[in-house]
Design a protein around this ligand. Structure first.
Ligand SMILES: [Zn+2]
Length: 485
């Protein structure tokens, strides 16, 4: 059939069109905003292209580095081009910058053997090349425990950390590091739990400066050191050369709005961190999340969709250090928090099999029913789920502590933990189909949150939010990252 033929017979009365119009719900649902948004997100391919610009084009983006600045410039230009409003930077004071130097570790007695080691972020170096006896504290499970000061003085201390009732491993690690430094230990060595001798170089609890040199050692290297220790004393030689710079520096978040059509002062905030570690490309952590937000913005603009409330796109820095950018945002925007109806943070990778399942409500069980209704149109994509799971490990944390409804994208685990903060977090680990699916879900959820007649739920009082963090075992994480403990 040609258009002219249809036109000649008066289009609205054409029998085929009448049949389509008479069909039940499927026909009308397919024209709704969620269907339009997901359709566009799944077919444009823009998210993967943006991951490549960040990961291959700029590479690792450590907070305070020229690469972090370059990423923020790229985002400013991209968001402007996408047609968002009030595209801007918001600065905050960074207390210290850090640059990785070489790190060498070696057993010098009873055998002579190299040990695979790499510095944790914001770890100071050693005072030149040093020798230190090795001491093994094993699995540290008591966050309030005392270190045996006599044993650890001058020593390179080996220790493991896992989740202990009410405390995340980085909380216990940071407390032990402070006690070790106080007792005069030379360094803390933490065996990685990644396969293939991959190191794990996070930073939570170390900013603005770790209490003493902290090294990740290969899993196999840790086992070797422990076998040697079982037979007798072991001496290590360490030479770690990092630099910390405490000169005044302003780091920046990038923020842009899609202004609401009816209640622009009310907001839904989408968040992702643009900073990463530099040992790889920060592809799944978190170029993927940044690209999901960028592409969600383009999708909404390209469809000409303008929801009732404003959707704010926030790209934070300093996440890897201590959620610095999002914490600074919450502090700077206190006066608006009552109008911030919800936050959705994307930061758990888009590797193969990391398909989106819905959202985590981070302990806000009072939001579960409303969130499930909102996500119902995403059920056919497998992404209509609502999980009560709570965490404080990315940029939603300080919003949660401020009582704002704080959601995180729920995705399947896949191999995220294997490559997270390792030398293998590169572009090839991001799956274009998963990334497009996540973009579809995030754009649809953001639009639905911003369009809904009623907000998802209330902002909690400070007492209620504090009780939620206590119940979820996140109080010590909050205190550590807020710098009060
Ligand atoms: Zn991350």
């Amino acid at each position: 059939m040609v258009d002219g033929a249809l036109g000649y017979h008066a289009p609205m009365r054409h029998p085929l069109l009448l049949l389509v119009a008479a069909l039940p719900s499927a026909g009308s649902a397919s024209e709704g905003p969620v269907a339009r948004i997901t359709g566009a997100a799944l077919t444009r391919g823009g998210a993967m292209a943006f991951v490549e610009r960040l990961a291959d084009g700029i590479g690792g983006r450590v907070t305070g580095s020229p690469q972090s600045r370059a990423a923020s410039e790229l985002l400013l230009a991209t968001l402007q081009e996408a047609g968002l409003e009030d595209v801007r930077v918001e600065e905050y004071a960074l207390e210290s910058r850090w640059e990785r130097g070489t790190a060498s570790a070696r057993v010098v007695r009873p055998v002579d053997r190299p040990v695979l080691a790499g510095s944790f972020g914001w770890s100071p170096g050693t005072a030149g090349s040093i020798e230190a006896p090795l001491v093994d504290l094993g699995a540290v499970t008591d966050p309030g425990g005392q270190v045996p000061a006599e044993r650890v003085r001058g020593a390179a201390v080996l220790a493991d950390f896992s989740v202990v009732e009410g405390h995340r491993p980085f909380v216990i690690r940071a407390r032990l590091a402070r006690q070790l430094a106080h007792a005069g230990a030379a360094a803390l060595l933490v065996p990685s739990d990644k396969p293939g001798r991959m190191l794990d170089i996070g930073c939570f609890g170390n900013y603005p400066r770790a209490a003493l040199p902290m090294l990740s050692v290969g899993l196999e290297d840790g086992l070797f050191l422990r076998r040697l220790l079982a037979r007798g004393p072991v001496t290590l030689a360490l030479d770690v050369r990092n630099s910390l710079d405490a000169a005044a520096y302003r780091e920046r978040n990038v923020v842009a709005d899609l202004r609401g059509r009816e209640r622009p002062e009310e907001m839904v905030l989408l968040g992702a961190h643009l900073d990463s570690w530099e040992t790889a490309q920060g592809a799944n952590d978190n170029a993927a999340g940044v690209a999901v937000l960028v592409e969600a913005a383009r999708v909404l603009r390209s469809l000409g969709l303008r929801p009732r409330r404003t959707i704010r796109f926030a790209f934070f820095t300093g996440e890897e250090q201590a959620l610095l950018g999002s914490r600074a945002y919450v502090e700077a925007h206190q006066a608006e928090l009552d109008l911030l109806r919800a936050v959705l943070v994307v930061d758990h990778g888009a590797g193969a099999r990391q398909v989106p399942r819905g959202v985590h409500v981070n302990g806000r069980t009072d939001l579960q029913a409303a969130a499930a209704r909102l996500l119902a149109p995403l059920q056919p994509l497998g992404a209509g789920g609502v999980s009560p799971a709570a965490s404080f490990d990315t940029d939603h944390g300080f919003f949660l502590a401020a009582g704002v409804p704080a959601l995180t994208l729920w995705v399947d685990e896949g191999e995220y933990e294997v490559h997270h903060h390792a030398i293998t977090d590169s572009r090839d680990k991001v799956d274009p189909h998963v990334l497009a699916l996540q973009t579809a879900v995030v754009a649809a959820v953001a639009f639905s949150l911003a369009e809904a007649e009623e907000p998802l739920g209330p902002r909690l009082s400070q007492d209620q939010a504090a009780a939620l963090l206590r119940r979820a075992g996140l109080e010590s994480s909050h205190r550590l990252l807020a710098g009060v403990d």
